[in-house]
Ligand binder design. Sequence first.
Ligand code: FES
Length: 181
Amino acid sequence: MEHQPDPKDQARRNFFAEGGSVLIGGLITLVPIAAGTRVLLDPLRRKSNNGAAIRVTSLDALPPDGVPRKFPVIATRTDAWNKSTAPIGAVYLRRTAEGAVTALNVVCPHAGCFVDYVAEKSCYLCPCHNSTFKTDGAINDAKSPSARALDALEVEVRGGKEIWVKFQNFKAGHAEKIPSA
Ligand code: FES
């Protein structure tokens, strides 16, 4: 006599077979989507140039008398999609009496405006709330709204003529230099 399958067993087998198909189908669909999304968003996860050494100018561009000059800081960014250059800030560079080069971020530490160098007064002036800073970046006035001096940056003169600056922004409104992200 032929054995008749139990309808409950058959239903259970069908349930697991269909469930397995759905699971495998879902994985086959989701894995490429996840991989594609990761590739697509990869450039967005890359870090900024904050803190990287960037060539700003050549030593010849600085006057020998120690008067600061303002230069844009232009970074090259490379990601999965393209390579581009864009300004990410600006610095004041000057030669010191000892022949070294110093760099100051142009951003006022009080609230983030850009300071101007006023040659007639040999100081930096912030147009927003009138903080003033000496040529070396120190606070010029005890009543200055800025709680700290202009932010000095690391400078390297490569090959005796190329000026590279470790460009970095810092949070405004603090007495200490706190790097911004
Ligand atoms: S932002 Fe410069 S003094 Fe306020």
